[in-house]
Ligand binder design. Structure first.
Ligand SMILES: Nc1ncnc2c1ncn2[C@@H]1O[C@H](COP(=O)(O)OP(=O)(O)OP(=O)(O)O)[C@@H](O)[C@H]1O
Ligand SMILES: [Mg+2]
Length: 334
């Protein structure tokens, strides 16, 4: 779970007391693992500030940031990089223009790990996997692996940034277990037992399922095997503490409508496949309703509306505009 606890952030650009800007005013927010939250709100309402506080780009004046109940408020941006993928509106921000597509991907892949990418001498060990992922965007990026990113279009760069934010190396089951015991803040023997109590029966079940497949035709066996493994794997991956949280700050705003749609649909796919906890800021009310399973509305440094599930699905653009109007009127009266 990702949590903001009573977070306040005030900016003062000029040094004059009259120029204080309250970007966030005592904001608390809890986001469950696997939630896909869309975030809307007027210009300057505190949306980007919220994301920047989560990733450690800026520190709150007051309040705390918690990740899985661990206080990360004082942890700096680089230390947190392994937990968050952050995609901005500006396609120039997420990628390094002097480096090739392949080099950018490799660095992203290894981000937040103990291994330095330089140890690999930039010989990509994951080229095949990258090509497969790039092909899904249908932007021809897979044919330009060695080209410098600086010469590419905004849409191409943004697609690459999105991929970079989501391709963290998938840890093996062994690594997941080791990290869980190390980082879960539970006593090692408790954490180990908790893991094994799920893992061992799941492994037995998977083995049993495989045995039952023996008499089936080969083609069916292959599909079934993949299906069973996915089920088993999912159970183990719930222990993966390092699963990335995806933060999207108007990441399609600078793209042409067709490319924006493509990037957005792919975002949705990637999020669902990886069950990523995701926050997506958008000014497009329709997208905010269509995507995700929770919607949050910011207004002048406060969260004024927070809906989930069915209630969210039933929303219309008119409903949201009305909420904004009401909030504006209320603010005027105060
Ligand atoms: N680095 C900064 N220095 C000074 N003021 C800032 C800074 N970042 C944000 N602010 C101010 O804090 C307030 C909230 O800004 P924020 O960027 O969070 O808004 P937003 O909801 O993302 O808006 P937009 O939709 O325009 O992107 C604004 O008044 C903004 O001017
Ligand atoms: Mg913003």
């Amino acid at each position: 779970m990702l949590e903001l606890k009573n977070v306040t952030k005030t900016f003062n650009l000029t040094g004059n007391k009259e120029d204080l800007r309250v970007a966030l005013d005592n904001v608390s927010l809890q986001i469950e693992s696997g939630e896909f939250v869309t975030i809307i709100g007027g210009n300057g309402s505190g949306k980007s500030t919220t994301m920047n506080i989560l990733t450690g780009v800026i520190k709150p004046d007051k309040g705390k940031v918690l990740l899985n109940d661990v206080d990360i408020t004082e942890m700096d941006e680089h230390q947190r990089a392994g937990y968050f993928g952050h995609v901005f509106q500006d396609p120039m921000m997420g990628t390094s223009g002097d480096m090739s597509v392949l080099e950018n991907l490799e660095i992203a892949y290894l981000r937040g790990r103990t291994h330095s990418p330089f140890k690999w001498g930039f010989k990509s060990s994951h080229k095949k996997e990258f090509i497969k992922e790039l092909q899904r965007f249908d932007l021809g990026l897979e044919d330009r692996l060695n080209q410098k990113v600086g010469v590419m279009s905004g849409g191409q760069r943004q697609a690459l940034t999105l991929l970079m934010a989501t391709i963290r190396n998938k840890p093996t089951h062994k690594m997941i277990k080791r990290d869980y015991i190390k980082f879960s803040e539970k006593k090692p023997e408790v954490a180990r037992k908790e893991f094994d109590d799920i893992y061992l029966p799941a492994l037995e079940e998977y083995k049993r399922q495989l045995k039952n497949l023996k008499h089936l035709p080969k083609e069916i066996r292959k599909d079934k095997k993949a299906e069973f493994y996915e089920e088993f794997d999912k159970k183990v991956r719930q222990f993966d503490l390092t699963k990335q949280i995806l933060l999207l700050d108007e990441h399609t705003a600078a793209l042409d409508p067709k490319t924006a749609k493509k990037v957005l649909e792919l975002t949705d796919k990637i999020v669902k496949e990886n069950q990523m906890t995701t926050l997506m800021i958008t000014h497009n009310m329709k997208d905010a309703i269509t995507y995700g399973n929770r919607l949050i509305m910011f207004h002048m440094g406060h969260i004024i509306y927070d809906v989930k599930g069915e209630e969210k699905q039933k929303l219309t653009v008119e409903d949201l505009l009305k909420k904004f109007d009401e909030a504006d009127k209320k603010a005027e009266q105060e």
